[in-house]
Design a protein around this ligand. Structure first.
Ligand code: GCU
Length: 606
């Protein structure tokens, strides 16, 4: 035993010496889908490590020779108790809950590993990009830690240039989706805690200095002015950046300041504004370098332009009052369960919303994948995008705030050029209180400071009526541009009283009812007062839509929800079976009777 331990330690010291080069935590690269990338999607090996023994020793000390080393026995007597090459595989991106039946309820650590051949370009950098990993990811490249990320729904990337070598490489990710009080979201939430590498994994090849991120949007109040800013990956002055929008005959040369930053405003005349009816986007290209031909970096994008603002209780798109015919959506595959990812899933879910007559979708309760947002932009659907500050977060915990703030920043930085995103939501159904108000008002300020072209909101609550009178009161009213609230008359309360209800929203801002609805098991029929029948849900929608028409300043609604979705909080056997059944579509995409009630109501809102 002593001899083996001595030999093992010497192997590992050797390994550690060779491998102590560092990776850099790098600001999120913008518009990764239009960069030079190598996809690492595909089959990855995985090991379920309930006690994290691939990372911690039996004294819970961190191991320097954990599974991330991908060690192989060198001598016959060598003791290595894992072998990724023999492990099962899982297609990435996906969630382990629906890919491996044994892991349906699993919350804990799973190791993912894959090798790949890569030829880094001389003088270039390589970023390793993840669209999202739920919840905590510790990323290793060739046995060396590249970085660690928490938060299951936002992208992150590391500069791994120094960790890669020409030829065979491997990446290993320790993923852990255990819930905890301090997390965002916190311990309890009404959706499935899908674990895994749930979105694309990409190697991004960029020059030494590259176009980091940029924003090109119409000024919120001036439809004749485009605001453009761009940040290089390095603080390099006097670098030439060219913005081209050929269709608008725009070709603007700009020079970076000492921080590698440029910004400018451009007057535009004949601009086709983006709208649900005409989701017009313009081809845009950005080059770094004196001319296009010897540009060191180039990014192209298709960007739409619109203004979104409020005037009293009115919501104005391109200066015209608009009613948001919306629906709430969870990021779950159209059929059955599992995390949705990719353009096909997005197109199917959004086509269902279109069938309903929607021009707006609330992507709940966390930033959905980029394909969803881009497909909605292409299909003419406006978007409400939200961070999972959901229910009772640890308001006084600094790390919790830093985490929420990082997620907000990543959400905005990824989608800041998607003109269909009109609302950033900073929270859902959070309890009144001083600590909560402080936490959320800081997030609201951050959202406004980071992006002046969009509106900020959050889903408040109206939990009870006194004498059938519902009054919304929330200190956060002054920190949001649109007043949104969830109400469940007909389901969680006042089942028979919708018609008697009156509403008072004492704030001179547009109102969105961000949730209402009730459950029904598809195919279950009966009297309209019989819970879980389609007739009960149908009636609830009839009564609620009539009631909502009485709300002064109602500028839109996003009923809960497009499709039945998996939830660990829904255990009624034979009815819920771990599905929240408030969908207008079943989990298999079948329309329930209430679908037609909402479709008809939206017809009247066109
Ligand atoms: C809440 C919450 C949703 C939840 C819904 C429900 O309002 O925001 O996440 O799924 O109610 O109870 O069905």
């Amino acid at each position: 035993m002593k001899e083996t331990m001595r030999r093992l330690t010497s192997i590992l010291v050797l390994l550690t010496a060779v491998m102590t080069v560092q990776a850099e935590d790098t600001p999120l690269i913008g518009n990764v889908l239009n960069r030079q990338t190598t996809s690492l999607n595909g089959d990855w090996r995985y090991l379920v490590d309930v006690q994290e023994c691939g990372y911690y020793g039996y004294r819970r000390e961190k191991l320097s020779y954990g599974f991330f080393r991908n060690a192989k026995p060198q001598q016959p007597e060598d003791l290595i108790e894992y072998d990724f090459d023999k492990a099962e595989t899982m297609p990435i991106p996906s969630d382990w809950n629906t890919r491996d039946q044994r892991l349906f309820f699993y919350e804990g650590t799973v190791w993912f590993h894959r090798s790949f051949n890569y030829q880094p370009k001389a003088g270039h950098r390589t970023l390793l990009y993840f669209g999202a990993v739920n919840y905590e990811a510790i990323v290793f490249v060739n046995g060396q830690e590249a970085g660690r990320h928490v938060g299951g729904f936002t992208p992150f990337n590391y500069n791994v240039t120094n960790l890669l070598k020409a030829g065979e490489n491997f990446v290993t990710v320790k993923v852990d989706n255990k819930r905890s009080r301090e997390n965002v979201p916190t311990l309890i939430f009404d959706w499935w805690n899908y674990g895994g590498i749930t979105r694309d994994v990409l190697l991004v090849d960029v020059p030494q200095t590259y176009i980091g991120n940029y924003s090109l949007q119409l000024d919120r109040r001036n439809p004749k002015q485009l605001n453009f800013s761009l940040q290089l990956s390095a603080k390099e002055a006097n670098r030439q950046v060219t913005l081209s929008i050929p269709e608008l005959k725009i070709r603007q040369m700009l020079t970076t300041d000492a921080n590698g930053h440029v910004s400018t405003s451009l007057k535009v005349r004949k601009l086709q504004l983006w709208s649900p009816e005409v989701p017009k986007r313009y081809g845009v290209s950005l080059t770094l370098g004196p001319t296009d031909s010897d540009a060191s970096d180039m990014v192209s994008d298709s960007i739409g332009f619109r203004t979104i603002e409020t005037r009293g209780k009115q919501l104005l798109l391109n200066g015209q009052p608009i009613f948001l015919r919306g629906i709430s959506i969870h990021e779950e595959k159209p059929n059955g369960g599992g995390r949705a990812n990719g353009p096909e899933d997005a197109h199917t879910l959004l086509s269902w919303a279109k069938e309903l007559g929607c021009n707006f979708v609330r992507l709940a309760h966390y930033p959905h994948n980029e394909y969803m947002v881009r497909e909605a932009e292409r299909m003419g659907l406006m978007v409400w995008s939200e961070i999972p500050v959901y229910w009772t977060i640890a308001w006084t915990d600094d790390d919790t705030f830093a985490n929420a703030s990082r997620q907000l920043n990543a959400m905005i930085r990824r989608d800041q050029n998607r003109c269909n995103v009109i609302i950033w939501s900073i929270a859902n159904e959070t309890p009144h209180g001083k600590e909560r108000d402080t936490f959320l008002s800081r997030l609201s300020r951050q959202a406004h400071d980071t992006d002046s072209t969009r509106l900020v909101s959050m889903a408040m609550e109206v939990l009870a009526a006194s004498n059938y009178h519902n009054k919304l009161q929330d200190n956060m009213n002054e920190y949001v541009d649109v007043i949104s609230f969830n109400q469940y008359i007909g389901w969680y309360r006042d089942v028979k009283d919708a018609a008697k209800m009156t509403w008072e929203i004492p704030y001179d801002k547009p109102v969105i009812v961000s949730e209402f609805g009730g459950g029904a098991k598809y195919g279950l029929h009966g009297a309209k007062n019989q819970r879980w029948t389609e007739e009960f849900q149908e009636n609830l929608y009839r009564e609620n839509t009539a009631m909502l028409d009485k709300i002064d300043g109602l500028a839109g609604t996003t009923p809960w929800i497009l499709k039945d979705f998996r939830s660990p909080r829904r255990l009624l056997t034979g009815v819920q079976d771990y599905y929240n059944r408030k969908g207008l579509f079943s989990d298999q995409g079948q329309k329930k009777k209430a679908f037609y009630v909402l479709k008809e109501w939206y017809e009247g809102k066109k």
